[in-house]
Design a protein around this ligand. Structure first.
Ligand SMILES: [Fe+2]
Ligand SMILES: [Fe+2]
Length: 172
């Protein structure tokens, strides 16, 4: 089966966003690490690793369906943040961008009557919903806890719980 050219180009363009998400999470993890937010660092390192699996899923899919996956060019991501809350807000923004791109891909695949790519993309529709909900919940929780020095300790522990929950889900 040959992938329609327009779908191939759109999937290649999407690779940039998955890799940018990987870079973003890695930069956030490193910032958290350098500030001593260990729980958050471990959560964001896991997020980064997850983005690599997304990237490879798209990359391999393009080649599997007769296209040519190309390694994207990327800008250096923002590496300093004001607070953990800001890292969550920036992450939600990044995920929303990815979601919009997945929706656009679905529209293009539908227009090209490319049912295989639509089926491939369904996994990412669910995945994006989960990611956006995760950060929305986290932002509400942090806003509720507040931003004092003790609050930071609890926030870091809350985020660490997410990393542990993810590790559990990944072994299923
Ligand atoms: Fe992703
Ligand atoms: Fe993501």
């Amino acid at each position: 089966m040959l992938i329609p050219k327009k779908v191939e180009a759109a999937l290649n363009a999407h690779l940039t966003l998955e890799m940018a998400a990987l870079y973003h999470y890695l930069a956030v993890a490193s910032w958290c690490d350098s500030k001593g937010y260990e729980g958050s660092a471990s959560f964001y390192y896991k997020q980064s690793a997850e983005e690599q699996t997304h990237f490879m899923k798209f990359f391999n899919y393009i080649n599997q369906v007769g296209g040519h996956a190309e390694v994207p060019e990327l800008k250096k991501p923002t590496s300093t943040f004001k607070s953990i809350l800001e890292t969550c807000k920036k992450s939600l923004e990044a995920e929303q961008k990815v979601t919009q791109s997945v929706y656009k891909l679905l529209d293009i695949a539908a227009k090209e009557k490319d049912h295989a790519t639509q089926a491939f993309l369904n996994y990412f529709v669910d995945e994006q919903l989960e990611e956006e909900m995760q950060f929305s919940r986290l932002i509400s929780k942090i806003e509720l806890i507040g931003s004092g020095p003790q609050a930071l300790y609890y926030i870091d522990k809350e985020i660490e719980k997410l990393a542990t929950a993810q590790a559990g889900a990944n072994t299923k």
